[in-house]
Write a protein that binds this ligand. Structure first.
Ligand code: ATP
Length: 211
């Protein structure tokens, strides 16, 4: 399985405080990297840095180093989801699912089927703003059911999900990695999913950082 991401000697500072330095890791197809750390340690900053949303002080990031065709167009093969659900509160659940797919450049989704998959059938016509935090998160997560991206970078994907939602998402992760995908995620909870291909990286907010 080839490497999807190679990261070396990354350093980041926020408001004069070093969040991480000399951070080096890589990730191969089929692997999951769980980024851990206390509130404010720098987990979201790291994920946002990987996709170019936050400027780094130092370091080097290479997507798909062994696959030049993917490397050249790495954004098309990488899905980033931030920690906010990011749904439009005035649009219905169904409209949100359709809009998200459109923004991802996918036009052949079955929005009803996706809503059923994530347990939202019956709520399709409600404005998303009237849905609970967990239900809004489920709308956002429908992307994972049609994404063609090889690498998923997910900031707190389990936030607000109930036990069933967490289990559903972990099943999706297992399917993605079994198909050669890779995942980097942050989460304050331990994954219940048992896999030998789970790596952990602890960000210690500048005190220490490493496997
Ligand atoms: N836009 C910003 N400008 C200045 N400082 C910021 C900014 N965003 C985050 N920070 C600071 O960077 C540090 C790391 O924040 P970050 O969101 O990466 O932490 P985190 O590990 O993801 O935390 P949490 O577990 O609470 O989500 C925090 O001290 C935060 O105050």
């Amino acid at each position: 399985m080839s490497t999807v991401l190679a990261v070396s000697h990354l350093a980041s500072q926020r408001a004069g405080r070093t969040l991480f330095a000399e951070l080096t890791f890589d990730l191969a197809q089929g692997e999951v990297l769980h980024i851990e750390g206390v509130n404010g340690a720098g987990k979201s900053t790291l994920l946002r840095s990987l996709v170019g949303l936050v400027q780094l002080q130092a370091g080097h990031i290479t997507f798909f180093p062994e696959q030049p065709d993917l490397q050249q167009n790495w954004r098309a093969h990488t899905l980033f989801m931030g920690h906010k659900a990011g749904v439009k509160s005035e649009l219905t659940a169904l409209e949100n699912v359709a809009l998200q797919a459109q923004l991802c450049g996918v036009d052949n989704i079955d929005a009803w089927q996706l809503l059923e998959t994530v347990g939202l059938l019956g709520l399709e016509d409600l404005p998303a703003g009237q849905l609970s935090a967990g239900q809004q998160r489920r709308i956002a997560l429908t992307k994972l059911w049609y994404s063609n991206a090889l690498l998923w970078i997910l900031d707190e994907p389990f936030t607000a999900l109930d036990t069933f939602g967490i289990e559903l998402l972990q099943q999706k992760f297992a399917e993605h990695t079994a198909n050669g995908g890779a995942i980097i995620l942050t989460s304050h909870q331990q994954l219940t999913w048992q896999t030998e291909r789970l790596k952990r990286l602890r960000i210690a907010g500048g005190d220490d950082a490493g496997y």
